[in-house]
Design a binder for this molecule. Structure first.
Ligand code: BGC
Ligand code: ZN
Ligand code: ZN
Length: 359
């Protein structure tokens, strides 16, 4: 069967024949319908994600951690024909958090991640999986359900931020978060999903980029009720109760964000910056302490978050249909190998989510 493979930590990507996973042996045999591409895949393909590793004893890794498939045979709670999405990070088997189904908080660091860390991914025609790692995809959201994987990461992140803020009274006099102002830095897939979810939580949401919004972006911002801030010259004196870094640009952005954080504010770090640094001098540390600020690293959604993501996608499709649908910007057939390789190597301007169609 066909698969997309990489040879980490080196750069390069190939489409080649690999062995079929065979008899599911108590697991579920899944036929891949589509896979999504994210920044992590491109980092791997370009040899920039240094922690990437193939499964033990192998040189090649099958790429892909965003997938939708159809159950074809096997046991468990799934019936043949069910649409499923796999959870991408899997437990280390040793630590308490992994044993409780939360390898996003793995304590040993020996978790595995499909298509990234020591476990084959889903850019292949078939894979076998355990029902406990599969989430049902409601057919009604199928068209944009691939967004549920990145959204699961975002769901987990917002849950974590809200948990941190339980340290104080954060809700407002109307009982919601309407008096809290959030800034999401970056308008890619992750940034937009953060904005939609924080809006769902009732916050006043701002999104920023270092350029003016494109026409379709402006429409989405208007539909959802998001404020836009062109940050090419800073934040114009605005300050925020929550800032989420989702641009993946530079580490210097972290420093800029810190100085725009209000008292009791949280800075959530989601993306991996490529270069540069930020520093805090003694004044900066004093301010950080006096303002009771918090910085929190946000990584990986787990099964509850995938399930919540499906529900949110379905709801958003009703209230903000344009926002959800305009995030799928391209679908490439797996038969068009040249184009598959091209979209895996580089992000084209204006692109949000690109899917590979395996049918
Ligand atoms: C994935 C996450 C993963 C993270 C770090 C992202 O692209 O969507 O689930 O934990 O990369 O490897
Ligand atoms: Zn990803
Ligand atoms: Zn663990």
């Amino acid at each position: 069967m066909k698969a997309v493979v990489v040879k980490p930590p080196g750069a390069g990507v190939w489409i080649k024949e690999v062995q079929d996973p065979g008899d599911p042996q108590g697991r579920v045999r899944i036929r891949t319908l589509e896979t999504g591409i994210c920044g992590t895949d491109r980092e791997i393909v370009n040899g920039r994600r240094l922690t990437t590793s193939p499964p033990p004893g192998r040189e090649e890794l099958i790429l892909g951690h965003e997938a939708i498939g159809v159950g074809e045979e096997g046991d468990g709670i799934f019936r043949e024909g069910d649409l499923v999405m796999p959870v991408n990070r899997r437990p280390c088997g040793k630590c308490l958090n992994c044993k409780a189904g939360r390898p996003d908080y793995c304590e040993t660091g020996q978790f595995v991640q499909a298509g990234a860390n020591s476990l084959d991914g889903f850019m292949r025609e078939y894979w076998n999986d355990e029902p406990k790692y599969l989430v049902k995809v409601p057919p009604a959201v199928r068209e944009f359900a691939i967004l549920a994987q990145p959204l699961a990461d975002v769901e987990k992140s917002v849950e974590e931020i809200l948990t941190v803020q339980r340290r104080l009274i954060w809700n407002c006099e109307d009982g919601t978060l309407s008096c809290r102002k959030a800034l999401v830095i970056g308008t890619g897939t992750t940034g937009l999903l953060f904005a939609l979810l924080l809006k769902t939580e009732g916050m006043e949401v701002w999104v920023s980029n270092r350029r003016e919004p494109r026409e379709w972006e402006a429409k989405v911002f208007q539909e959802v009720g998001l404020n836009f801030l062109n940050s090419s010259k800073g934040y114009g004196g605005e300050s925020f109760d929550l800032i989420v870094e989702a641009s993946g640009s530079t580490a210097a952005v972290v420093g800029e964000a810190l100085s725009s954080l209000r008292r009791n504010g949280v800075l959530g770090l989601f993306s991996f910056p490529r270069e540069e640094s930020f520093s805090l001098d003694h004044r900066g540390v004093q301010t950080f302490v006096m303002r009771a600020n918090a910085i929190v690293g946000l990584v990986n959604g787990q099964k509850p978050h995938f399930q919540r993501a499906m529900v949110h996608l379905s709801a958003w499709n009703s209230i903000w249909p344009n926002a959800v649908r305009s995030m799928i910007t391209k679908v490439v057939s797996v038969r068009d190998e040249g184009e598959v390789i091209r979209v895996l190597r580089e992000k084209v301007r204006g692109e949000i989510k690109v899917k590979i169609d395996w049918t």
